[in-house]
Design a protein around this ligand. Structure first.
Ligand code: GDD
Ligand code: MN
Length: 361
């Protein structure tokens, strides 16, 4: 009877799969196991190479996803595709040592744990394989943030190497976000009852071949996800991003104004107009990259149109802002408060219009 499935998300890991399968074969000798690869249509032929091996080896299965991306969702779908009662999730680049699977299984079978996590930061572990000191700092920071905001008390809630009962993971699946790399963190915080977790220290080795797929976009989505969970209900994530971009736009405005008016000696009105235009353009560009990254305008005509509409929307917002602030101030509201009220109303207005007319579907 099938005992365990190893779930292996892959994105361009062709060079790593043969040594990986050899290592799994050696370490899991004596177990009835299978490997479920979930490949996001790698361009290096990972899926084809796997199918070729699978032709002679019934332990290998491949789910090739077309037009999809994401480590977390790959893991969830892989776990839903096996009949094995237990799953071990690991990276396919040999940074994780398959020898640990045996110990992990032991902890599960003895009933000591609902979830076993291989940790890079536990007593006796090492994270030498992280590609740079910067990445190690980033990883520790992400772990600290995750612990602080979710109350999880693990040394490595961001680990990509863990094992649990498949049915438990499947039951949690509808509550997992499937976004980015943080599948373990999602599992820990989605579980209605507190999971009993055992951590085993691991030596996080260097990647065998190829390169890491954890890029800035993944890190950004991680932060957005944490915000969403905790403050998203108070100030919606997209509006918070929009407002932050607006704040950065004020800095751009002041810089351009200073440059034109104080340093190049142009008239104040012209300098202010130039600064306003620069700030609106900057805001449009940054919102297109961050706030609306999922709906990003890409083609030249779409960008030009969006830019123009954004500037018009912001101009109307600015009018509303000035009108309200003046009215309040004239009626005796303290000037700073009046200005603040104008800014908030202008921002909400810009946001509503942009949502609808610039990035609307
Ligand atoms: N299917 C699929 N889709 N697989 C992916 C994707 C994706 O979008 N992105 C990455 N993978 C696969 C990789 O091919 C690899 O097998 C595994 O997921 C881990 O990805 P890496 O790109 O090697 O991640 P890393 O080594 O930089 O990051 C490590 O640390 C993270 C936390 O700091 C990993 O252990 C991660 O699992 C961990 O979350
Ligand atoms: Mn890796």
């Amino acid at each position: 009877m099938l005992e365990i499935a190893v779930i292996l998300p892959t994105l361009n890991e062709r060079e790593n799969i043969v040594p990986l399968l050899e290592a799994l074969d050696a370490e899991l000798a004596g177990f009835a196991w299978e490997a479920i690869f979930v490949d996001d249509d790698s361009t290096d032929g990972t899926a084809d190479a796997l199918r070729e091996i699978g032709l002679h080896n019934r332990k290998i299965r491949v789910i090739q996803r077309i037009g999809r991306r994401g480590l977390a969702s790959a893991v969830i779908e892989g776990a839903c595709a096996t009949a094995a009662p237990v799953v071990a999730v690991m990276d396919a680049d040999l940074q994780h040592d398959p020898a640990l699977i045996r110990d992990m299984l032991e902890h599960l079978r003895s009933g000591a744990a609902d979830l076993v996590v291989a940790s890079r930061f536990a007593e006796g572990a090492s994270a030498d394989g992280l590609p740079s000191a910067r990445r190690e700092r980033g990883s520790r920071l992400a772990n600290r943030l995750a612990r602080m905001l979710t109350g999880v008390e693990l040394s490595d809630p961001m680990s990509g190497f863990f094992a649990m009962e498949t049915a438990r993971l499947r039951a949690l699946a509808p509550r997992l976000s499937g976004i980015g790399f943080k599948v373990l963190l999602d599992i820990l915080s989605a579980s209605p009852e507190r999971l009993r977790v055992v951590e085993v220290p691991m030596h996080f080795a260097a990647r065998r071949a190829g390169e890491s797929k954890l890029d800035r976009a993944v890190a950004f989505e991680f932060l957005v996800g944490l915000y969403e969970r905790h403050l998203g209900r108070i100030v919606p994530t997209r509006f918070a991003l929009f407002g932050t971009v607006g704040g950065a736009g004020v800095l751009v405005h002041l810089s351009v104004l200073t440059l034109a008016y104080r340093m190049l000696g142009s008239g104040f009105t012209a300098a202010q107009a130039l600064a306003t235009f620069a700030a609106m353009s900057f805001n449009f560009w940054l919102n297109n990259w961050l706030t609306y990254r999922d709906q990003r305008l890409r083609s030249v005509p779409a960008v030009l149109r969006g830019w123009a509409v954004f500037c018009v929307a912001c101009s109307v917002g600015a009018l509303a802002n000035v009108a309200l602030a003046s009215l309040l101030q004239a009626r005796g509201t303290y000037w700073l408060l009046a200005a603040l009220a104008g800014i908030v109303v202008g921002a909400v207005w810009n946001y509503a219009l942009s949502n609808r007319f610039v990035w609307g579907r």
